[in-house]
Design a protein around this ligand. Structure first.
Ligand code: 5AD
Ligand code: SF4
Length: 483
């Protein structure tokens, strides 16, 4: 297997290979050489700190970054007091963007104490030309800037950065390439994300993702299944299939395959007990998928189905390609076919032109679907998206008031939905020792709810039966059932 390649055996005197991923392993060996020299000079290994902003996709990308750093000999640091710091950025809303600048301000300070520190930025925010201009002008202390399309070149860029004193900037406008077989360091030994596709072709009018993550590209099913097989052999029992729009998976492959069919094949993999996926677009959710979920023993009882707005007029302006009625019909059908499923969603408040009537339509959908949970966002203007130049931006005070009203309804529903599982016995994957009380363990049910219960940490990573005893609003307290 590629990620087990012995870097010592790579001949660094010869030219770097042109073929990927061999080229990146060559540069990992180069970085390793730099690490050796560092260790000789300083009597310790260099420390690296990776901070992730944004979604599951970014979290998975960061595992790839840390996998490469670890392979090169860096040791993970707990905070920014490190020799190498990398921020994997997000720009989906302005807040995400501001957070990164906040962190950079503090990092500048840190670098004054430790001038040899190297700082790198990557991820979605770097795909925005205005951001890179600003960094070039006012953030000269950043050593390396790269984007989403060439993240597979991290080892090569890192090797260059470690040797150079110039600011290195390498941003690509897009790519057709999917480089397989790079190392990744997983955060959990029992669950893992698996990318099935990259990019997005939907162009929702508020969303910056298609601009920063590029066109939709699906991985070949055999590559995905091969990765899952390796993960299972390494002890992973839960996988999360990741894509911006998993329901359109496989349509552009040379041998097209549907997402439902991919799920069928994953279901057959030995060692995998649970399958999750993220994110579904309602317009592409097929009856075949509902059928596969219903029949499956492994696909978790959770579906995240972003609504964004309940008003057909606003949905049209958002370019979502479904109406309020179509969405409701789909949600009802899912609830009918799979009654114990947990439905969650994303909702944006204050899209340009949203009136009180439009907002009431959103509340109406929320009431009717009775979401188990909903992530609510205030509309954020993203430069370059069609919505940014729309007139009728909604006044801030109005948005704030709608947001608060929506949140109250969402929470009321979530409480009621959570309570419906009281006194049942559920299988949970035990994930960690409880953050606040070390005598308790925290486990996740198939429907994504958390339950805390007394137990021994040796159970972490296993699936156990737990009785749900008391509902605490959005989670449960429970007790382990004897084996
Ligand atoms: N403003 C507010 N929320 C947004 N989202 C995406 N773009 C924006 C924006 N410009 C939300 C959507 C999406 C989630 C990941 O982020 O609800 O589903
Ligand atoms: Fe943020 Fe979207 Fe990029 Fe994920 S894909 S990191 S949510 S901008």
């Amino acid at each position: 297997m590629y990620h087990e390649i012995d870097l010592e055996k790579i001949e660094l005197k010869s030219e770097p290979p042109a073929k990927e991923p061999d080229r990146q392993y060559y540069f990992m060996a180069k970085c390793r050489e730099w690490v050796r020299e560092f260790e000789q000079k300083n009597g310790r290994s260099p420390l690296a700190f990776t901070q992730t902003f944004g979604c599951q996709m970014n979290a998975r990308d960061s595992e790839k970054l840390t996998g490469i750093l670890r392979k090169a000999g860096f040791v993970e640091a707990e905070n920014e007091q490190a020799d190498f710091v990398i921020y994997n950025t997000c720009t989906v809303r302005e807040n995400a963007n501001l957070k990164v600048y906040g962190h950079l301000g503090r990092l500048k300070h840190e670098k004054k104490q430790n001038p040899k520190m190297r700082i790198a930025l990557c991820g979605c925010m770097m795909q925005e030309p205005e951001v890179v201009e600003k960094l070039k002008k006012s953030y000269r202390f950043v050593d390396l800037i790269f984007g989403t399309h060439n993240i597979f070149k991290f080892a090569e860029l890192l090797a260059k950065t470690l040797e150079s004193h110039e600011q290195i900037i390498d941003i690509w406008e897009g790519t057709e390439e999917i480089v397989e077989d790079l190392p990744a360091l997983r955060k959990y030994p029992f669950k893992s994300g698996v990318n099935i596709m990259f990019g997005c072709n939907n162009f929702c009018s508020y969303c910056i993702v298609p601009y920063v993550r590029g066109r939709e590209r699906s991985r070949k099913p055999e590559d995905i299944l091969g990765e899952i097989k390796t993960l299972a052999e390494e002890g992973i029992s839960e996988i999360m299939l990741l894509g911006q729009n998993v329901n359109s998976y496989g349509k552009t492959l040379k041998d097209p395959i549907s997402f439902a069919e991919l799920l069928r094949r994953v279901e057959e993999m030995e060692g995998i007990a649970r399958i999750r996926f993220m994110t579904s677009h309602p317009k592409d959710l097929s009856p075949e998928l509902i059928e596969v979920m219903k029949e499956s023993r492994k696909i978790c009882r959770h579906l995240h189905l972003p609504l964004q707005s309940g008003s057909t007029r606003i949905l049209k302006a958002m370019n979502r390609k479904y109406t309020k009625e179509q969405y409701l019909e789909l949600a009802e059908r899912i609830r009918r076919e799979i009654p114990d499923i947990s439905l969650t969603t994303d909702i944006i408040v204050g899209f340009p032109g949203e009136t009180e009537e439009d907002f009431l339509e959103t509340l109406d959908v929320v009431q009717r679907v009775r979401y188990d949970n909903a992530y609510t966002f205030v509309y954020s203007k993203r430069t370059g998206t069609p919505a940014a130049s729309m007139e009728n931006q909604v006044p801030e005070a109005e948005v704030k008031s709608r947001f608060d009203r929506l949140l109250a309804v969402v929470q009321e529903n979530a409480r009621a939905q959570t309570a419906r599982f009281a006194d049942t016995v559920q299988e949970v994957l035990i994930e960690e020792v409880n953050e606040h009380d070390p005598s308790l363990l925290t486990g996740r049910m198939s429907n994504n709810l958390l339950v805390h219960f007394p137990g021994d940490p040796s159970l972490i990573g296993s699936i156990q039966k737990v009785r749900l005893e008391s509902c605490k609003g959005f989670y449960y307290m429970g007790s382990l059932l004897p084996k």
